[in-house]
Design a protein around this ligand. Structure first.
Ligand SMILES: [Zn+2]
Length: 124
């Protein structure tokens, strides 16, 4: 079944990943250019530098505040909304994997928010 998947960049690439899209704000420093393992990099679907810093580095807000601030950024960014539409289309008939650096099972990563938006739009 084709569809949208989420993975950490630190997990190994698998053939069923399909189209791999990096949606992080920053290019991973731990990967040399020759080892880039994504097909496209969509920065628009990542939190802004300020928001990323406030949550990830300064730890100034909890997950729900961060999530709402991130949703507001996406809703006010026409390019991001276009990319969400494109993702909805793409993931209908092929595998698409959204990638971020974070590893972990607590789902506190913006890629889960993006996937919720994509799924929500495909039901309406
Ligand atoms: Zn993340």
């Amino acid at each position: 079944m084709p569809g949208l998947k989420l993975k950490s960049l630190k997990e190994p690439t698998e053939s069923h990943d399909g189209f791999r899209k990096l949606i992080a704000r920053y290019r991973p420093r731990y990967l040399p250019k020759s080892e880039e393992n994504w097909h496209e990099w969509w920065k628009e679907l990542a939190p802004s530098r300020q928001l990323h810093k406030a949550y990830m580095i300064d730890k100034k807000m909890n997950w729900s505040v961060y999530k709402n601030r991130f949703l507001a950024e996406i809703k006010n960014n026409p390019d991001a909304l276009d990319e969400i539409k494109e993702l909805k289309q793409l993931s209908k008939d092929q595998d698409v994997t959204l990638l971020c650096h974070c590893v972990g099972i607590d789902k506190h990563c913006h890629r889960f928010v993006i996937s919720e938006l994509v799924e929500k739009r495909s039901r309406s």
